[in-house]
Design a binder for this molecule. Sequence first.
Ligand code: FES
Length: 143
Amino acid sequence: MSTLFAICTTYEVEDGGARAFVLQRREPEGGAKPWPILVTRKGNNFYGFENVCPHEGVRLDKQLGEVMDDEGNFLKCSQHGAMFDLDSGQCFAGPCQGKALTAIELVIDDGDICLSDIDLDEEDGLDIDDPSDTVPEVHITSD
Ligand code: FES
């Protein structure tokens, strides 16, 4: 049986929107390190990505920025403006055009957006610097 980790509820991510979280992931060699992720939504479909721009490896929200375009159609890196599809994470414009965000499988369970079988630490990692200062509280539960 898979272990599910609830990130947030589905209604906490607006249609055409994205939310950033910083989890704490265990390393195979021991210890744990912050793991920034994004959850996006298109209609009733939800998509997860590592919050790491394929251009320079920084968080898309590194520069105090909004990671969505004004109309909520795509993700935008605040560093140099690369644009990514909300559902595929594919970069269609900008300095890393043709590359893609690393996808994370999400499971929707009874209204919760969950990660499955990811080795997370008990600490949620929310104590690291967050330029947008909008990282929500993360609740981790397991089935
Ligand atoms: S770091 Fe994201 S576009 Fe350059």
